[in-house]
Design a protein around this ligand. Structure first.
Ligand code: INI
Length: 162
């Protein structure tokens, strides 16, 4: 018997990471991206878009993220896909539709492809709450990158690696 768990350090230069980012609320998503890149770089992953390890896919908003994440995961070119978005509640029910579809779609992308697809979509009541989670207090972009590294390494460590 064995214990399988991902670490954060194995062979980082052989990982390929895709990051799908929503432009909507880019004051927030740009900060999440910066945190994510900082974490990946400090764990030995080259995040230069001209390099061979990290590709970036910009989409209009969180609603579009899952579709692109699924396509990207399906290409089998990446060990993990990180989705970054920010859905901020307004005065209408729009928030609920966008947030729900993003969550469902990202989960489906992961299940359908067997590639880790990280749910890095902030869902907050206010812009202030979103900014606090994108760098003013902590930066969850950093955590999402850690989640991607852990899952990518877990999948590599499992029999029948994807
Ligand atoms: N997209 C977001 O990423 N965050 C939001 O808060 C948001 N709101 O509130 O409207 C949002 N809407 C755009 C949506 O994601 C799609 O891009 C758009 O509906 C076109 O399909």
């Amino acid at each position: 018997m064995a214990v399988f768990e991902g670490n954060f350090t194995t062979d980082p230069e052989s990982l390929r990471i895709a990051i799908v980012i929503g432009r909507f609320n880019d004051m927030v998503t740009g900060k999440l991206l910066a945190g994510c890149q900082d974490c990946l770089q400090r764990h030995g992953v080259d995040t230069n878009p001209q390099g061979s390890q990290t590709d970036y896919f910009w989409v209009p908003g969180s609603f579009e993220i899952a579709m692109v994440a699924r396509q990207v995961a399906n290409s089998r070119r990446y060990n993990a896909v990180i989705c970054l978005g920010a859905v901020i509640r307004g005065d209408t029910p729009h928030f609920d539709y966008v947030a729900a579809e993003a969550a469902k779609g990202i989960a489906a992308a992961s299940f359908q492809t067997g590639i880790p697809v990280i749910f890095g979509i902030l869902t907050t009541d206010t812009l202030q709450q979103a900014l606090e989670r994108a760098g003013i207090k902590s930066n969850l972009g950093w955590n999402y990158a850690m989640n991607a590294l852990e899952m990518a390494n877990l999948m590599r460590s499992m029999v029948g690696e994807e």
